[in-house]
Write a protein that binds this ligand. Structure first.
Ligand SMILES: [Zn+2]
Length: 379
């Protein structure tokens, strides 16, 4: 066993202090700035997060909360270079809300400051955001569209009963039955060795790291057999932060998105891996904090508590998901067998990988229609 120690909040200070401010870096979008309301917002435990509402001018619309994946940010739903999910939701009569939870690359916590586990996201970030939105929208319907770890942590919040009464949930990539690509699982053990070498996160921006650094071997490993010469693309597309998985189907990205990858996906903290490893071994979303009573509201095993899911769920996945493989199909099968009363559907997007289901230049055409159809039937 590589991971014997628990991630510690009092561990030695981060090695590379990139940002010291907790203010989120500015969003990049092409909306009218007057319509973008950035709300001063703190999670239930006081950590400063980002919460953004896009004003549609119509106060009666159903709201849709968007949850990004780990190391991504709300920017993934706002790409100026494509027809993005926020565009599509606005045009179809919804009010988009975007949460930058503590794993966002717009926030500093992946690189510096207070460490966390996914328990904190499920217990403090998502429920507080939902409560805040509810306060603002009253009894209008509230949907959630969640990607990757945003969806996995939402699964933990949902099965804890912390976000009751949602109108529906769209989950992309992974939900209650995480299954990581084989090489990913193997290389997660390598991370323990990296941590011993005083590397505490995997950067993605080669320009920020320099040619000769302790990270050079990681980039060299990722470049093996790569078709694309861009080192940031290599470490994400070819190696998913050194894990060996693949995050997207290369040709599905717009050239501009491709060249912005280092901005759209930040460094991955290695200290989160013990929790991810435990989740992977359990093939379920499991709580990290077993003895700390603050986390007792979370179920030890979310799949075992799936009967607490009280909202319709659409499980989405690209057919070529190179990180979570067929986790969503598996989730649909398991829930159909174990919890036949739940309203759970599965839709597979042919030719898509993981991130490109939202970042892809053709996502509005190939993916977002499925989301709108699901929301439209329940609004
Ligand atoms: Zn590339």
């Amino acid at each position: 066993m590589i991971f014997r120690t628990k991630p510690s909040r009092t561990a030695r200070p981060a090695l590379r202090r990139v940002r010291t401010t907790v203010a989120p870096r500015p969003l990049r979008h092409r909306l009218d700035p007057a319509r973008v309301e950035e709300i001063p917002f703190r999670a239930g435990d006081g950590v400063r997060l980002g919460l953004t509402r896009v004003d549609s001018g119509d106060p009666g619309r159903p709201a849709v909360l968007l949850l990004h994946g780990h190391t991504a940010s709300a920017d993934m739903f706002l790409l100026p270079e494509t027809r993005n999910l926020v565009d599509v939701l606005l045009d179809d009569g919804y009010e988009p809300w975007l949460l930058d939870w503590r794993g966002s690359s717009r926030l500093p916590y992946n690189e510096t400051g207070r460490r966390y586990t996914y328990d904190d996201v499920a217990l403090y970030d998502i429920p507080e955001a939902v409560a805040h939105i509810r306060q603002r929208i009253g009894d209008r319907p509230l949907f959630v569209v969640a990607h990757c770890i945003g969806s996995l942590t939402l699964a933990l919040s949902l099965t804890a009963g912390l976000v009751p009464g949602l109108a529906g949930v769209v989950s992309q990539g992974v939900f209650l039955t995480p299954k990581l690509a084989g090489r990913t699982s193997l290389r997660m053990s390598v991370a323990g060795e990296l941590m011993k070498s005083r590397i505490d996160h995997i950067p993605v921006d080669f320009r920020g790291v320099g040619l000769w650094s302790k990270y050079t071997p990681l980039f060299a490993l990722a470049s093996r057999g790569a078709d694309c010469p861009d080192p940031t693309c290599q470490i994400l597309h070819n190696s998913a932060w050194g894990s060996g998985a693949s995050l997207f189907v290369h040709e599905n990205l717009h050239r501009t998105t491709h060249d912005r990858l280092a901005e759209l996906l930040g460094p991955a903290p290695l200290w989160i891996l013990p929790h991810l490893r435990r989740i992977e071994l359990a093939r379920s979303v499991v709580r990290w904090n077993d003895t700390d009573l603050r986390y007792r509201a979370l179920p030890p095993n979310a799949l075992d508590a799936a009967d607490r899911v009280d909202t319709p769920v659409l499980l989405l996945s690209g057919s070529e998901n190179g990180l979570w493989l067929d986790s969503q199909r598996l989730c649909h099968e398991v829930l159909a067998r174990r919890q036949p009363h739940l309203d759970v559907a599965y839709t597979e997007i042919p030719g898509y990988g993981h991130l490109d289901t939202f970042l892809g230049r053709g996502a509005a055409l190939d993916v977002f229609g499925h989301i709108l159809e699901f929301l439209g039937e329940r609004r």
